[in-house]
Design a protein around this ligand. Sequence first.
Ligand code: LLP
Length: 419
Amino acid sequence: MDNFEYRDGRLHCEDMNLERIAEEYGTPLYVYSRDALERAYLDYAQALEGRDALVCFAVKANSNIAVLNVLARLGAGFDVVSLGEIERVVRAGGDPAKVVFSGVGKQAHEIRRALELGIHCFNIESEAELERVSEVATASGMTAKVSFRVNPDVDAGTHPYISTGLKENKFGIAIERARGVYSRAAELPSIEIVGMDCHIGSQLTELRPFLDALDRLLVLVDELADDGIQIKHLDLGGGLGVCYTDEQPPSAAAYIGAVLEKLGDRPLSLIFEPGRSIAANAGVMLTRVEFLKSNGDKNFAIIDGAMNDLIRPALYSAYQEIVPLSLREDGESKIYDLVGPVCETGDFLGKDRELNLQPGDLLAVCSAGAYGFVMSSNYNTRPRPAEVMVSDNQAHLVRKRESIGDLLHGEQLLPKDHY
Ligand code: LLP
C-alpha cells in the first residue's frame, strides 16, 4: 500500500494523519487515496499507450462517484453490470461511449437505457440475452454493438467463489458453442458484432491462465474470420491480483506486455476491466477497538467494524492486514481475533493477529479499497460507514455515514384495518 505509511509512528494516507481523519469523521470509515487510484489506473493506461485500447474500471469494485470521477478525468472507461452502475458513471461524468455492459441477467429496461446513452458494447453471456438485446434495439430503432463473453475453460487458480472461467461456472458461453452463437448474431436485426470478451476470475497472481485464455480466444477469432465475422476488439476482463499479504502478482505493465507480445501485429483493439488492481490498495477501512476480552487462552479485540461493513474475511476467508494507526511503545503484544458486534460467529475481520492493543485504539484494515464498501450491508440495522477521499493534502467526505433514519426510510406498518 504505497500511499499509506508511518511517519513518526503514525499511519498516514498521503500527507494526512489517519488518526485525525478518524477523529473527524468517526469509525468505521473507508479512506481512499486519490493518488493511489490514479497511479494504479495510469499503470494500465501507460502500458497501452500508442495502442487502440480502453481501460474500463470495473465499477463493482468501488462505485463511489468520487472514485469514478477521478478515473473518468484520466480518460477511463467503465465496466458496469447494472442500471444502477450505469447511472453512477453518468453522475460521475464518465463517458457512456467508453462503457461496456457485463453481467448474465440484463433486463430490457437496462438495455434500453444503455442504448439511449450510446454505450461502447454489450458483453453478452447467452443466446437468450442476445435475442433480448436484438428485440429491445429493434423496438428502440437503434443498433446494439455486441461482444460475446466466451468461457475458455481455463482454471484461474483462485478462490472458487471468484473463479469464473471454468465450464462449471454460470458465466459466458462455452467456447465450443461460441462460433454458432456468433453466426446467429450475424443474422439478427439491430445487432453489430464488434468484440469478444472473457473474464476468468479475480485475484489471479500468475500470468499463465490469462495467456492460456487469450490463446483460445485467438483461435476463435480466426475461425470467425473464416466465417466472415470480423472481431474488432478483444476484452480480456479484469482479474489481476494484488498483494494482500505476501502475494506477488505481476504488474499491469508485465501483464499487458505479455498480452501485446502474443497479439503481435493483429489489428485488434483491446479492452481491460480491472477492478481490484486499481482500487484495493488505494483504500483502508478504519475501525476502533471497543473492548478487549479473553475467553480462556483466546483473546478477542471487539471492534466497531463488522462483517456488514467489510464482508471479505467472513465470505471468502480473505486475509487483509490489520495495523494500528499509532504504534504503541507501552504495553505488550498478544494474539487477537478481531471481531465485530454482529451476532454471527463469522463476524471477524482478522484472526490470530499479533497486536499491541488498548481499548479505544484505532486500526486500519488494509487493502479495503476494492470490494469493501460496495459489499457492505445493513445487517443488524447497522448504518453503513462514511467514505473519505484524501486529495491534495486534504480529506474530503465523499459519502456521508448513514443514519438510522436512512435505514428506516421507506418502511411502513401494515394499514390500520389490519391491526
Ligand atoms: N469484469 C467482470 C466481468 C467481472 O465479473 C469482474 C469481477 C471484473 C471485471 C473485475 O475483476 P477484478 O479486476 O476486480 O478482479 N467480491 C470478490 C471479487 C468478485 C469479482 C467479481 N467479478 C472479492 O471481494 O474478492
